[in-house]
Design a binder for this molecule. Sequence first.
Ligand SMILES: C[S@@+](CC[C@H](N)C(=O)[O-])C[C@H]1O[C@@H](n2cnc3c(N)ncnc32)[C@H](O)[C@@H]1O
Length: 764
Amino acid sequence: MGLDPTVRRLFETARGHHRAGDLSRAEALYREVLAAQPDHADALHMLGLAALQAGRFPTARAHLASSIALAPRLAEAHNHLGLTLQALRQPDAAEAAFRQALALKRRFAPAWLNLGNLMALTSRPAEAAEAYRHALAVEPRNAAAHANFAKLLAASGKPADAEAHYRAALRSAPDAAIHTALAALLHRDGRPAEAVEHYRQASALAPRSATAAMNLAIGLRDAGRAREAAHAAATAHTLAPGDPAVRSLLADCLMVLEPTGDDTTLAAYLTRALAEGWARPQLLAPAALGLLRADPDPKGLFALEGVAEPDAALADWLRRDTALPGPLTMLLFVVLGAAVIADRATERFLSALRRSALRLCATGATVGTLGLGLLCGLADQAWLTEYAWAETDAEAAELAALEQRTAAARAGGGGPAPEWLAVLASYRGLGALPDAGALLDLSWPAALARCLTRQIAEPAQEAVLQAGLPRLTVIRDATSESVRAQYEANPYPRWTGSVLDLPSAGVHAVLRGALPGLVLDGDGPPAPEILVAGCGTGQHPIETARRFANSRVLAVDLSLASLGYAARKTREAGIATITYAQADIVELGALERRFDVIEAMGVLHHLEDPERGWRALSGLLRPGGFMKLGLYSAAARAPIARARAQIASGGYGRSPAEIRRFRRDMPALLDPEAVANLLASPDFYSISGCRDLLFHACEHPFTLPRIARALDALDLRFLGFELPAAVGPQGAARRDLAAWDAFERDHPDAFRAMYQFWVRAVGA
Ligand SMILES: C[S@@+](CC[C@H](N)C(=O)[O-])C[C@H]1O[C@@H](n2cnc3c(N)ncnc32)[C@H](O)[C@@H]1O
């Protein structure tokens, strides 16, 4: 080794640059050293290390080998050669190099650590544990050794030991990744409150990390701290505004907010979530209503509820002319237009406002921009319910007068006042007005223009789209025909809002996410073909198309009206991967296409012979394909069945007028339990929902033994229910329908949202 002082100085300078992270200058100087002294083993070692750090592994290997040839007892060079060989995917050679380093220098913590990591990576946990113990014996405060040992222990089912080592690692060096790992361990261990503290510290150490903020939000949500969870998710959204997973999480957190009306930040996020379709608006609406009802502002709309002189109070509100509403008013307007408000008291309040608005309109009340926004919001909400609210005779008379005045104004060429149209729109769809299309050619304030689009332009677009839809099968079954007629008149579900990108994944990843614990290797089909049978109005197939990456979806339904609605919403969302067609499931067996995934949610129980339809669908499944079903549970539907029987004895028809009559009479007609049950169902609050819920043309609920028999007959294997992990039998019993049947006997309400489950062809 050279003693030349110039070479030594050069080498020291190179090391300085190396330590400072300037690899290229360091390498240049190491080369100068080697030019002066080709057998400089340290320079070769350092040049090898620099190449390893820069990811140039073959070069690193060559330099390190040369260095070792010159100085075979250089333990550090063997250690670095081990890392290089590991990066070159030569685990055996890497292990030999680490062991050689340790043979030369027994108390060499980095080599023990590297050996431990390699053993852990190559599934030799006992040797890994031994290596980590050696590393820690030499350096008891080595944070990486503690952390990696903890990871190994956690994976080996020793959470308590893992926790101790994570904590030791954190005592040595606070680190975001280690806090996160410890938090995840505590979270899995059912200790969300403790997990939160570590997620919080991870987030504080990595304040620019959206993932850290998301983890914190998930921990807080699971610890039942909804408001803080929503704020953490909002931070993640600020850091990664375009990330669909963050949006979805934020929407999930917003859904479970406790009502307080003073959090304008969350009100603003909820408004965006509703307006931009971050989640189903129906799921976000209760939180929005909670915030609005808790609004302490005496100028808020709900302050008008129950006032002594509602007309005068509303007249004040209507006069408001602010162009820029506050966050809670924005939320109010958006939620009124986005989702049916499923709350009887609010329905009463809104229909009372509608009555006052009609009276005020007749007296020529002044309506400012904000006032018109409210009238249009009421119209949107009433339209969404399909005018389910009760009307008095006095209202009917005042409405007729307003219709006449509107017709006269149009005939006179002056055009009706915007507020007249808004009030009319809150009682009847404007599409029914004579020559309604002509209204679209006039210029209107923005809120009313949106209302006209919704009530006149969009239904017209749907009619055009309907006419162009292919028909894949005949419809000759009598039940299919009456079910079709029902959904032609009342497409269901009625939904609004735009649809943003949701997180998407391959078939197996989606299944693993939906059914934790399900073991499926690989990704599944790279471009899955999917059938959505009974697709309704598009919400279901759009979500499916978004959920499965790179998929192509065929979506069929009996009802052209539903399909027209679906096709319009799909076009609006810019989705080109869904094809819609009219078809009867009963006849679909003749289809030649085959599918990797078939979904039929809320459909088969409406067939006269559900098992026949199920057989037709399972015949379209590719080998190894998956099927998702949603079937009514007889136990969960028992109160509805009782209500249906009471309704039948009351002689109610199925028309909208009859459904309105039933809704009015319902509290006196049904027993209190049935009343409470219906009021808790969002379906009760719209005509199509009520018809689907209580007045259906055909409904055959299932039991779990019946499902088990069908699976046997169809050679399908039960994979699991989409239910929260804590609900129902645990472990292997989660895939046992008999265990679930026993569970349902004790919890008859468990499948209130249907039996939603996945199956797969036997043999796959
Ligand atoms: C309750 S909706 C569910 C819609 C959708 N799956 C969802 O989850 O939003 C039931 C739908 O199934 C359709 N349907 C019922 N029987 C059918 C049949 N025999 N063939 C095709 N579609 C059918 C109805 O027309 C209706 O649109």
